[in-house]
Design a protein around this ligand. Structure first.
Ligand code: HEM
Ligand SMILES: [Fe+2]
Length: 766
């Protein structure tokens, strides 16, 4: 065991040293924010540093990443503003020179003429004119003309609206703010076109792909992509070998003939958790409704079947709420599960636990509703920019909520960590066989709480590379690091309580798999930072280490088989059929959604062309819902299962399970993936900006594919409906008989409960 712990600690320490080292590089090598942008010929000052910085805040206030994207990070309906700006600037300049030199358009020039003009363009936009002494950037007059044209164009899009981009009229009308927004867009495109000092690639490692200015994939991206595939194969081989040799080595347990948890006595605080499940169900339902509205904007642009929804709930709001609710409800299931298990772990309930649970519940409601309302107010421009940062919309996907709400949530999480940890600590002090399992559980609980605070590491005026760095510390390190650990440990703990695996084996396996997950997962954070104004080391380290993340996911088939065998091993296990089914789904989607679709977009050569295309949506849905959504649902079901012994409504759960899974498959296979592939092809052949343009996204083929999504979405929604119905129904049932819960369940109301083993016949059908 000591060796296992040493490995775990070494992995974590070395990985964080590396990640922090890259962080220092991010700060030091980011594209400069100039004091002034000056026109070479006239010395006219086009922009100041303040224009660009405030412009970034303006962009955040209209929804930031929820309206199109910057450097490939964000939403998919409007263009990537960086790539779009660069393309428009290039086309304008080429045409202007073709006109002045040859009196025709660029398209009509012969090959030699084109080459000459293109070389002039590349020289003009790619040369680094940043002057360290006076911190100025110099641009040519030719470029100024193109910039002015862009300013006109983007100002009109945001003030007059743009149907195909789902931007409503009046999204931003203040002329000063429009100027500043343009300054920021210019700066992001400047960084993506300008060579790093002394190098032949841009600050964004040549992202986006833009043939007009020879922004093409770098050699580094190619080499590290190849190497990442080789490493993946190598480590799959090693891990499979290790698994096959070792997996039978755990202590073999004689599985009990009756359920050891049947007559579980519940504590008052556990009963107080029931209300969480109702609210979580409502949040799930709301998330799906908002998802439907969001996706509808991709086909109709402004309205919802003719009704002008965008005036009240524009795309930027529905998408913000849709993604944020996913995080909220999934996080809430984790909080509830941790709180439910806490007294079970320690064998006693500590002071104020119930009060804490009720308090946290109230706080969460205030945070969810308050932050959502703040985002609505922010996007509708009710706030000044600083108020918007604190109470409105921060503009960064998955962390959109205002800073005040973020801090409030952080305090809630600290409270949760304390309430859960003190029970775990108490149990660890007993020094029994579960000590190691509980220690790794404690670590993951504390890490979940702690890493939330990385979202507070940047401020209102931080630059984009710095914000993205810390944002992924939170989002990535949660989902691809400590959530995986927490999930593994919680399931292992529950199984050890059922006495189907020994606590000692559960502990050893959990620490070992935590080490494996974190060995790739921590440094793997850098796969989000290949092309974000971040140093090239991010490509090398991100590509190789995130490939390692996929290695354990390829073995998920074994996990599915083990869970399946477990279900069949004892008749009483049938009682836990549905939670275990959801855990099986977690393993399946971990393999497909995180493993296969994650790796699809993961090598730098892939992400270079397809960052922010529908292939990302494929991955996001199958990984975030497939893994953590299903896991949250499994957690709710397992907790609910402990409240009563009555047999469950199999029909509702069966429909929930199959409709959810089939719906998710249909959504991806019929719509998101084919659209992603069409976009990828366009991006590779024509350039990235074309893959995000309305001409492609509203072409008949893509429109048809978007409509095809309805099939998957409807099936999926039916699954959600049945899940919520079941959960609310079961919660109300338990709520009503709450007072009786701490008696042996079989005595409740004098009714003799039907043994769930009767459900067995139905399993074989599945
Ligand atoms: C259960 C685990 C995982 C979850 C919940 C998850 C979730 C997500 C989410 C929500 C995004 C952002 C999507 C967006 O911007 O719209 C994302 C992006 C990404 N994920 Fe994962 N992911 C998981 C595992 C993985 C794995 C194992 C890999 C590959 C090794 C991976 C590679 C990526 C990459 C490269 C991106 C960036 C895509 C882009 O910027 O376009 N993910 N992931
Ligand atoms: Fe990631």
């Amino acid at each position: 065991m000591k060796k296992t712990w040493i490995t775990f600690i070494s992995v974590v320490v070395l990985s964080f040293i590396t990640l922090i080292w890259i962080g220092t590089e991010v700060y030091q090598t980011q594209p400069p924010l100039p004091e002034t942008v000056v026109v070479k010929e006239t010395q006219e000052v086009l922009y100041t540093k303040a224009d660009i910085q405030i412009g970034q805040n303006v962009w955040e206030s209209i929804g930031g990443m929820e309206v199109g994207s910057i450097w490939g990070h964000g939403s998919y309906v409007a263009p990537d503003w960086t790539a779009d700006w660069i393309h428009k600037e290039a086309v304008f300049m080429l045409d202007a020179w073709a006109k002045s030199d040859f009196n025709t358009t660029y398209e009509n020039l012969n090959v030699e003429q084109k080459a000459a003009i293109k070389a002039r363009l590349i020289q003009d936009v790619k040369t680094n004119t940043y002057n360290e002494t006076d911190q100025s950037i110099t641009i040519s007059e030719s470029r100024l003309a193109a910039i002015k044209e862009n300013i006109k164009y983007y100002s009109s899009i945001f003030s007059e609206g743009h149907e195909e981009y789902a931007i409503p009229k009046g999204a931003l009308v203040d002329p000063v703010k429009l100027e500043q927004l343009n300054a920021f867009l210019f700066w992001t495109s400047w960084a993506a076109t300008t060579y790093r000092p002394g190098q032949d690639y841009t600050y964004t490692s040549n992202w986006p792909h833009e043939p007009l200015i020879d922004n093409t994939i770098t050699k580094g991206s190619l080499v590290w992509s190849g190497l990442s595939v080789v490493l993946l194969l190598l480590f799959i081989g090693i891990l499979t070998y290790y698994y096959l040799v070792n997996h039978e080595k755990g202590e073999l347990l004689e599985k009990p003939n009756t359920d050891p948890l049947t007559n579980l006595k519940l504590y008052p605080s556990q009963k107080a958790i029931l209300k969480y499940f109702v609210v979580i169900s409502l949040l799930i339902a709301l998330q799906v409704i908002l998802g439907a509205a969001t996706v509808h904007y991709t086909v109709e642009g402004q309205s919802f079947f003719g009704f002008d929804l965008s005036q009240y709930l524009p795309y930027s709001v529905t998408r913000t709420w849709h993604t944020q609710l996913a995080v909220f409800w999934i996080a809430a299931t984790w909080l509830a599960t941790g709180l439910f298990l806490a007294p079970m772990i320690s064998g006693k309930e500590m002071k104020f636990q119930r009060f804490g649970i009720n308090f946290l519940f109230g706080a969460l409601l205030v945070i969810v509703l308050g932050s959502m309302f703040g985002e609505w107010l922010g996007i509708h421009q009710f706030f000044d920019l600083t108020t918007n940062f604190f109470f409105g919309h921060q503009g960064y996907e998955y962390m959109d909520l205002g800073r005040f709400w973020q801090i409030f949530l952080g305090i809630g999480l600290v409270l949760w960590v304390i309430m859960v940890s003190r029970h775990i600590l108490f149990a660890i002090r007993k020094n029994d066989a579960s000590k190691h399992l509980l220690t790794i559980l404690l670590i993951s609980v504390m890490a979940i709480g702690m890493f939330f605070f990385s979202g507070l590491m940047y401020g209102e005026n931080s630059t984009l590379p710095v914000i993205n760095y810390w944002r992924w510390w939170l989002v990535h390190l949660w989902v691809e690091g400590f959530f995986e650990v927490f999930a593994t440990v919680i399931i292992a703990y529950i199984f050890s309580q059922m006495k189907i695996i020994s606590a000692k084996t559960a502990g050893r396996v959990s620490i070992a798999s935590a080490s494996i997950f974190l060995a790739g997962g921590i440094i793997g954070t850098l796969h989000h930072l290949y092309y974000s104004g971040t140093p090239v080391q991010a490509i090398a380290l991100g590509a190789t280490f995130s490939a390692l993340e996929v290695v354990p996911l390829t073995l998920m088939g074994f996990e599915i088989r083990e869970n399946w065998n477990l279900l069949k091993s004892r008749p009483w296990m049938q009682k836990y059929k549905w939670p275990i089914f959801f855990f099986i789904a977690v393993a399946f989607w971990n393999f497909i959604g995180a493993g296969v679709f994650g790796f699809l977009i993961n090598p730098p050569i892939a992400l270079y062309y397809i960052q922010g295309l529908n292939t990302t949506a494929v991955h996001a849905h199958t990984a975030l819902f497939g893994v953590y959504g299903m896991l949250g649902m499994g957690f709710i079901l397992i907790c609910l299962r402990f409240y009563s012994n009555r047999s469950w409504n199999n029909t509702k759960l069966k429909r929930a399970f199959w409709f959810l899974n089939i719906g998710l498959v249909a959504m991806v296979v019929l719509s998101l993936l084919p659209i992603g592939i069409i976009q990828a092809y366009t991006s590779i052949t024509n350039g990235y900006s074309f893959a995000r343009e309305a001409d492609l996204l509203y072409s008949p083929t893509v429109q048809t594919l978007k409509w095809m999504r309805v099939i998957g979405d409807v099936i999926f929604s039916i699954g959600i409906f049945y899940f919520c119905w079941f959960t609310i129904d079961e919660t109300i049932y338990n709520f009503k008989r709450k007072k009786a819960l701490n008696h042996s369940p079989s005595e409740i109301n004098g009714e003799k409960v039907k043994e769930p083993a009767a459900e067995k016949a139905e399993v074989s059908i599945l």
